[in-house]
Design a protein around this ligand. Structure first.
Ligand code: HEC
Length: 212
C-alpha cells in the first residue's frame, strides 16, 4: 500500500480531532446519571430492586416493601383492644388485669424500668416531684395521693397511650415491660383505701360498654 506522507499526516490529525471531539462530548453534563454511550451494555447493570420502591415489570406492579396481609399479628406482639378514648379508658379500668404475676424479680425489673423511663417526672417515690415535673404545665399527681385507687387497667392504659403531658410509651416499652411497671406503680401507690376505682367517670349512657 502506498501511503503518502501527506495522507498519513491528514489521517493522524483527523484521528486526533475525532478523539478530541469524542472526549469532550462523551462526558456531557446533560444527565449526570447517564452512563454515556455503552459499548456492549449487556449485563453492565442488573435490574436490582431497591427497598421501598415500586417497579412495573411487564403487566405486574411490584412493591418491594409490601404491607402485611390485613389481620397479621407480629410474633410476640399482643394487640391492645381498648381505644384511646374516655370509654376505652373506663373499660380498661374495669376489665383489664395484669397477666404477669408479681415476683421479687418483677419488682426489681419494674424499679429499673421506672428509673429509666418515669422517675424524671414522677419522682423516686411517685410523689410527682421528679426533676422534669416542675417544668410541666401541671406536675403528675402522686401515686399514693389522688392516684391511690387507680386500677391496674387504667395504669396500663395510660402508660400505653400517655395522658396529657405524659407521652405515649407503647413504642418504648413492650407489653411485658408495661405490665411490669404497673406492678411497680402499684407498689408506690401502697395499699388501696377503697376497693373500687375512685377516679371513675360516668360513661355516657349511649355508649355500649362491651366486655372483650
Ligand atoms: C414527661 C413526664 C412524664 C413521664 C416521662 C411519665 N409520666 Fe406518667 N404522668 C405524667 C403526668 C403529667 C401525668 C398526669 C396526667 C394527667 O392526668 O393530666 C402522669 C400520669 C401518670 C399516671 C396516672 C394516669 C391516669 O390514668 O390518671 C400513671 C399511672 C403514670 N403517669 C405512670 C407513668 C409511668 C409508669 C411512666 C414511665 C413509663 C410515666 N408515667 C412517665 C408525666 C410523665
Amino acid at each position: 500500500m502506498n501511503i503518502s506522507y501527506k495522507n498519513l499526516k491528514l489521517f493522524t490529525c483527523g484521528t486526533f480531532v475525532v478523539m478530541l471531539v469524542a472526549g469532550f462530548t462523551s462526558c456531557g453534563k446533560k444527565d449526570a446519571n447517564s452512563p454515556g454511550f455503552e459499548f456492549m451494555p449487556d449485563m453492565y447493570r442488573s435490574p436490582s430492586v431497591e427497598n421501598y420502591g415500586t417497579y412495573i415489570i411487564g403487566d405486574d406492579t411490584l412493591n418491594s416493601a409490601m404491607l402485611p396481609v390485613s389481620g397479621t399479628i407480629a410474633r410476640g406482639y399482643m394487640p391492645y383492644v381498648y381505644p384511646n378514648t374516655v370509654e376505652g379508658y373506663e373499660q380498661a379500668g374495669l376489665y383489664l388485669k395484669n397477666p404477669i404475676a408479681l415476683t421479687p424479680q418483677v419488682e426489681k425489673d419494674g424499679e429499673v424500668l421506672f428509673g429509666k423511663f418515669c422517675i424524671h417526672c414522677h419522682g423516686a417515690t411517685g410523689a410527682g416531684d421528679g426533676k422534669v415535673a416542675a417544668k410541666l404545665p401541671g406536675p403528675p399527681p402522686a401515686y399514693n395521693g389522688p392516684l391511690k385507687n387507680l386500677p391496674e387497667g387504667k395504669i396500663f392504659h395510660s402508660i400505653t397511650y400517655g395522658k396529657n403531658s405524659m407521652g405515649n410509651h407503647a413504642s418504648l416499652l413492650n407489653t411485658q415491660e408495661r405490665w411490669t411497671l404497673v406492678h411497680y406503680v402499684q407498689k408506690l401507690q401502697g395499699p388501696k383505701t377503697v376497693a373500687v376505682d375512685s377516679t371513675v367517670k360516668a360513661v355516657p349512657t349511649n355508649t355500649v360498654v362491651a366486655k372483650p
